[in-house]
Structures are given as structure tokens and as C-alpha cells.
Design a protein around this ligand. Structure first.
Ligand code: CA
Length: 321
């Protein structure tokens, strides 16, 4: 008998690569999407919610609930960094899609996360594709959350490489470094997929052309929204391809055999010029002094990825009917 699909909740700030990851999840028999929770990042939270509802309507999956997340950081910060210059003002490639018909649940994202973790202890994976405010709020709301949640797969961090907001920080961690530090030190089963890994996974112009020729369920929709994302990458990195950040993290939840990881303690810098920096202590040295990493729980940090296999899986599923 085939294994039961893994229940996942996608915490998301759609976002062009979020859209790819959500569609990929919906096309993957290995996982059952039991909800989307929304967060600011690529757009403000209100628009993230609207886009999440819209994407589920495009997919014909309005049975999946959307719970709206926090509009401010865990420290109640309202000065948010919004990456609309990467994804378009609407977050979805400036396509001016009509507003969705659906509405989010009455429940907040954090309460939804807590409830689902209690309902299915050890069985729910959160795939966090934006700043970690909602997940940190769930940890604060319920002391048992970090034990009850199955795994938290984080797209975030830049482990021993430059960031993508500035040389120190990756965007999702930079969005709420205090929340990220809470999640990394929570004791939950955390797997972080950082840009040291996702920068190895590129969707090329040739892949996009294949997508354009496909009559797969999501192919034409994605080709439309990808233009803005390709333009940004050309301007920022001089490449004719785009990094598959969010889909790679999603695939780490779908098929963990496509990545390898190391284990250690991760702390996040929460202030100063290196705000958002993620530092992994690999436990190879026993420090004489007590440090900020001492006695903190370990997490998993992805180190390698089978990039061709990730792109192949993504393309197959997005071109599927
Ligand atoms: Ca995202």
C-alpha cells in the first residue's frame, strides 16, 4: 500500500516562485496541502492573502483553507521590507488578475498552525516560504507547538555565502530576524534550505520555452507571470534564468532524498549591519566559554542538492495535466 501523503501547510507570501511551489505541491501525490497561511514579504500580507486565494481558484482547489497571517513583525515592527521590485507590484508579475471570490478563514495563521499541529500531532509539515513571523507566533501561542508539529521546512538563510538582500542576509530571514531566531531555537524538527542551496537550482530560458509549449495545467499561467522574475534576475545577476527558491524548499519536503544536510545550532543576528545573518555552529569545536549557541537545540541545514533532479521533477509536474 502506498504511504499516506504527508500533510503540509504552506506559509507563503505569493510571490512568483511561491506560485510555482504551491502549484507543484498541488501536483504532488506525496503531499496533501491542508492549508495556506499568508505573510508579508514579496507583498504586504493583505495582498499575499488575496494572491493565495487567487492561486487556489486558478488551481480549482478552493476546498483548501487560507488563513491570513501577521501584518507586522514579531516585535510589532511595521517598517516591512517588501520585494515588489522582484515579483511585480501585485506579486504575480503585474498581470492584473481579477480579485478572488473566496475569503480567508476567520482564524489567524498562527492559530490555524497551532490547531492543525494539535489535530495531527507529529504529522504536519509546515513549509515556510516567507518571513517566519507566523511560525514564531505559533510557538509563542502554544508551548507544545514545537513538539506537536512534524517538521518545519524553512526557505531561508544564507549559510556561509552572501545574502540576497545584502551581503549578510537572505530575504526571508531579513524580513523578521527575531522570529527566525525563535524558530531556529525552538526545539522543533527544523530543516533550513538556504540560498547556498537554492542558488544552485536554476530554471533556464530553455526550460521556460518548454513550459510555454506545454499544455500542462499550470504551464501557460506560469509563463505569463515569469517574465517579471526573469527580468529581475537578468538585471540583478546577468543570467537568463531564475533561481527556484521556493520550489526547492517545497521539494525538500516532498522528496528529502534530493538534498543532503548537516546538523548544528543556528542563531540569527537581530540587529546592526549584519541583521538577518544566519550562523550555524557545526559543533566541531568545544568552546571553553558559554556562547549564545551553547545548549540550544540543533536543526538541519541543507548543504547539497541534486539540482538537475529538482528541475526535472518541477518541470514534469508543472507540465502535467
Ligand atoms: Ca516566498
Amino acid at each position: 500500500m502506498a504511504a499516506q501523503p504527508k500533510k503540509i501547510i504552506i506559509d507563503t507570501d505569493p510571490g512568483i516562485d511561491d506560485a510555482m511551489a504551491i502549484f507543484l505541491a498541488l501536483q504532488s501525490p506525496e503531499v496533501e496541502v491542508i492549508g495556506l497561511t499568508t505573510i508579508y514579504g514579496n507583498v504586504y500580507t493583505t495582498l499575499a492573502t488575496r494572491n493565495a486565494l487567487h492561486l487556489l481558484e486558478v488551481a480549482g482547489r478552493t476546498d483548501i483553507p487560507v488563513a491570513e497571517g501577521s501584518h507586522v513583525t514579531i516585535t510589532k515592527g511595521t517598517k516591512l521590507r517588501i520585494a515588489d521590485f522582484v515579483h511585480g507590484a501585485d506579486g504575480l508579475g503585474n498581470q492584473n488578475f481579477p480579485p478572488p471570490k473566496g475569503k480567508p478563514t476567520e482564524q489567524s495563521a498562527a492559530s490555524f498552525l497551532v490547531d492543525q499541529a494539535n489535530l495531527y500531532p507529529g504529522k504536519v509539515t509546515v513549509v515556510a516560504l516567507g518571513p517566519l513571523t507566523n511560525v514564531a507566533l505559533a510557538i509563542q501561542q502554544d508551548p507544545a507547538f514545537s513538539k506537536n508539529i512534524g517538521q518545519i521546512v524553512i526557505l531561508g538563510g544564507a549559510f556561509a555565502v552572501n545574502g540576497n538582500v545584502n551581503p549578510a542576509a537572505e530575504a526571508n530571514i531579513f524580513g523578521d530576524p527575531d522570529a527566525a531566531d525563535i524558530v531556529f531555537t525552538s526545539g522543533a524538527d527544523v530543516l533550513a534550505v538556504g540560498i547556498n542551496v537554492t542558488h544552485q537550482v536554476v530554471l533556464t530560458d530553455a526550460d521556460r520555452e518548454n513550459l510555454a509549449r506545454s499544455d500542462g495545467k499550470f504551464a501557460q499561467y506560469l509563463c505569463k507571470i515569469l517574465d517579471v522574475y526573469f527580468s529581475y534576475h537578468y538585471d540583478a545577476y546577468s543570467t537568463n534564468g531564475v533561481y527556484l527558491h521556493d520550489p526547492t524548499a517545497l521539494i525538500a519536503a516532498v522528496d528529502p532524498s534530493l538534498i543532503t544536510y548537516t546538523e548544528g545550532v543556528v542563531r540569527v543576528q537581530t540587529c546592526g549591519i549584519t541583521r538577518g545573518l544566519t550562523i550555524l555552529y557545526n559543533k566541531q569545536k568545544r568552546f571553553g566559554e558559554v556562547t549564545e549557541w551553547t545548549d540550544k537545540p540543533t536543526v538541519k541545514v541543507a548543504v547539497t542538492v541534486d539540482a538537475p533532479a529538482v528541475v526535472k521533477l518541477l518541470m514534469e509536474r508543472l507540465m502535467d495535466s
